[in-house]
Design a protein around this ligand. Structure first.
Ligand code: BDR
Ligand code: CA
Length: 323
């Protein structure tokens, strides 16, 4: 019996690889893909999602959602992924069109129709926050919510304090993190260092001559350059596929622990910071005055993934792209 996934995405070049993974994984049924503005403005993200789905030969319905964050102006990452989010190679869907229903309605209906499903979020959390605002009990029907977002241990990628998906719509992230859903947080640190695809792995993808493998590499051409400029590390770093890997196979997360996690929404410098109560001091009398509101607002702790089985994740992802 395949597991049911709903994917929410601001489709850029790493989202595309994550979508391919889910659509290619034999024991996963993707019930819907909902699109949100983030890496690129909504129409472009939608076009990229449709192109990716079409390339996979899938008939999964794709829904267009929020065009801007709840309370802020949209800030994009075209500087990282290319102006079109897919490395500026002219990828345009041939036939596939978005459904007419709004992504937030589709999200609510899909969750209601598939209790226990897994949501995988690959972009800012605007669509999911809107769904939860409209139907707060929705959280009870979600089996797992795997979120690519946050920087629980280390520096961020959009500011030193924040990871892009949380930074773009911190108010939405706060709503989602306080919803009581069983959240698994897959932070940006997991895609760095040895997790970035190296030259040998990139060459083996290209040598496979498989269209999905080639697309995964070529669509990330600008992202690879940006990653080097940003971190001085080489390779293709793939944050969304780390989350998708863990969503498909939770054992890929080697070390995960449960904590209260608060999202910074007020600060100028720390906007979107994911504040993790790593030492679990929230219940300590000495901290209760400060952490009390957080404990009260979070019906459930967040599962934070600290380390990942990188060789196993890579092997799995590369096989999905080439077989
Ligand atoms: C996240 O931000 C986006 O640029 C990527 O698609 C990923 O979802 C990484 O911080
Ligand atoms: Ca993304």
């Amino acid at each position: 019996m395949p597991r049911t996934f709903l994917i929410d995405t601001d489709t850029g070049s790493d989202d595309a690889v994550a979508i391919i993974m889910a659509l290619r994984a034999p024991d996963i049924r993707v019930a819907a893909i909902t699109v949100v503005a983030g890496n690129v403005p909504l129409p472009q993200a939608l076009s990229n999602a449709l192109y990716t789905v079409e390339l996979c030969g899938s008939d999964v319905p794709v829904f267009s959602g929020a065009s801007h964050p709840l309370k802020r102006a949209l800030c994009c990452a075209d500087w990282f992924h290319g102006e079109d989010g897919l490395g500026d190679h002219g990828y345009v869907p041939k036939n596939k069109k978005a459904e007419s229903k709004h992504a937030v309605d589709a999200m609510i209906e899909t969750i209601r129709a598939n209790p226990g499903l897994t949501i995988v979020t690959l972009g800012p959390l605007t669509n999911l926050a809107l769904a939860l605002q409209r139907d707060p009990k929705l959280a009870e029907s979600v089996g797992r919510c795997v979120i690519m977002g946050g920087n629980p241990c280390c520096e961020g990628n959009i500011t030193p304090a924040a990871e892009f998906n949380i930074y773009v719509d911190p108010e939405a992230a706060r709503i989602v993190f306080r919803s009581g859903m069983p959240i698994e947080m897959v932070g940006w640190h997991l895609c760095r260092g040895e997790a970035a695809l190296n030259r040998k792995e990139i060459d083996s993808l290209l040598a496979s001559k498989k269209p999905l493998a080639e697309f995964a590499v070529v669509s990330n051409s600008i992202a690879a350059e940006s990653y080097h400029t940003q971190t001085n590390e080489y390779g293709i770093c793939l944050p969304d596929p780390t989350a998708m890997g863990i969503a498909i196979d939770p054992k890929l997360c080697l070390d995960g622990t449960e904590h209260y996690v608060e999202i910074e929404t007020d600060s100028e410098l720390n906007r979107g910071f994911t504040l993790v109560d790593k030492l679990n001091v929230a219940h300590d009398r000495r901290n209760i005055d400060i952490w009390g509101p957080t404990i009260e607002s979070q019906p459930r702790k967040i599962h934070v993934c600290w380390t990942m089985n990188v060789p196993a994740w890579k092997k799995f992802m590369l096989s999905l792209l080439t077989e």
